[in-house]
Design a protein around this ligand. Structure first.
Ligand SMILES: C[S@@+](CC[C@H](N)C(=O)[O-])C[C@H]1O[C@@H](n2cnc3c(N)ncnc32)[C@H](O)[C@@H]1O
Length: 243
C-alpha cells in the first residue's frame, strides 16, 4: 500500500469521505500512521485541507516523511497528539476519519473530542472489533448513521460506518440494528452474507467450547450466547432467501 494505491479497506474509506464529506472537505484523520489516506485524498483533489494526527513517534515520523515526499505539507498538517486533541476550532474540520482501531478506542477518541464537532460533521469510522457497541455510542451521542459498508481485505471483513453529528437529533437503534447496522440491514450484499457466515461459524466454535467448560447448561452466559447465535441465524436465513 502507498498513497497512490490504498488497500481495498482504506480505498473504500476514501470513497466514502468524498461522497459524504461537506464541501470543501477539511479532514482530520486520527491514527494516520503513514498519512496514506489524506495523501491519497489530496492526490485525487478530494480534500482541501487535512490534519494527520498520530500519537506514536514512529508512525508520526512516517506520516511527516510521506507528506513531505508528496510535497503536500502546505495542505496536510501532521500533528502529534492523542486523538482529537490535535484539532482546534480554528481548523474548521468538517470530516473526521478514525480507522484501523478497536471500537472502544474510537469511542474514547470521539467522546474526548466531542466539543470540537459542529453540526453536520461527518465521521467515517472503521473499527476492527466492537462495531455494535460503537453504533450504540453513536446513537446515544446524536450521530445519525448515513451509510455503511463491509469490505473484504486479505480474507478479513471490515465494517465502515459513516455518521453525521446532529446535536438536535437522535437515532434510536434496535438490538438488530446495533448488531448488523441499520444500512447494512437494508442493503445486504454478498460480502455482508459472507461476513456473517464466517462470524456464525467462529461464534459457534466459541459457544461449543464454552458449553464444554460449563457444567450448568442454563448458565446465563450460555443462554445469552444462544440468543446471539439465533439472531445471526435468523438474519442469514432472511438475506439468503432474498439474495
Ligand atoms: C492500526 S493503525 C491504522 C492506521 C490507519 N488509520 C489505517 O486504518 O490503516 C492505528 C494507528 O492509530 C494510532 N493511534 C492509536 N491510538 C491513537 C490515539 N489515541 N490518537 C492518535 N493516534 C492513535 C496508532 O499509533 C497507529 O498508528
Amino acid at each position: 500500500m502507498n498513497s497512490e494505491r490504498l488497500s481495498p479497506r482504506l480505498n473504500r474509506v476514501a470513497q466514502l469521505i468524498g461522497q459524504y464529506g461537506p464541501q470543501p472537505i477539511r479532514l482530520a484523520d486520527i491514527g494516520s500512521d503513514h498519512a496514506y489516506l489524506p495523501c491519497n485524498l489530496k492526490l485525487n483533489e478530494t480534500i482541501s485541507y487535512a490534519i494527520a494526527g498520530e500519537v506514536v513517534e514512529g508512525p508520526f515520523q512516517s506520516a511527516v516523511k510521506e507528506v513531505n515526499q508528496q510535497g503536500f505539507s502546505n495542505v496536510i498538517d501532521v500533528r502529534k497528539g492523542d486523538g482529537l486533541e490535535v484539532v482546534t476550532p480554528e481548523d474548521n474540520i468538517n470530516t473526521i476519519s478514525i480507522c484501523g482501531m478497536g471500537g472502544a478506542l474510537i469511542r474514547t477518541i470521539l467522546e474526548a473530542g466531542l466539543h470540537l464537532l459542529t453540526n453536520n460533521t461527518i465521521v467515517v469510522l472503521q473499527a476492527n472489533i466492537a462495531e455494535p457497541q460503537l453504533r450504540t455510542w453513536l446513537s446515544k451521542h446524536h450521530f445519525i448513521i448515513r451509510d455503511e459498508d463491509i469490505i473484504e481485505d486479505n480474507s478479513r471483513y471490515y465494517e465502515i460506518i459513516v455518521a453525521e453529528y446532529l446535536p438536535s437529533q437522535q437515532q434510536v437503534l434496535s438490538k438488530k440494528q446495533r448488531l448488523f447496522g441499520p444500512v447494512n440491514l437494508r442493503q445486504p450484499d454478498a460480502t455482508y452474507i459472507a461476513k456473517w457466515q464466517q462470524e456464525l461459524h467462529s461464534q459457534e466454535k466459541v459457544y461449543a467450547s464454552m458449553k464444554a467448560g460449563l457444567e450448568d447448561a442454563n448458565h446465563p452466559k450460555l443462554v445469552e450466547m444462544e440468543k446471539h447465535l439465533q439472531l445471526i441465524r435468523e438474519e442469514l436465513a432472511r438475506v439468503e432467501k432474498t439474495n
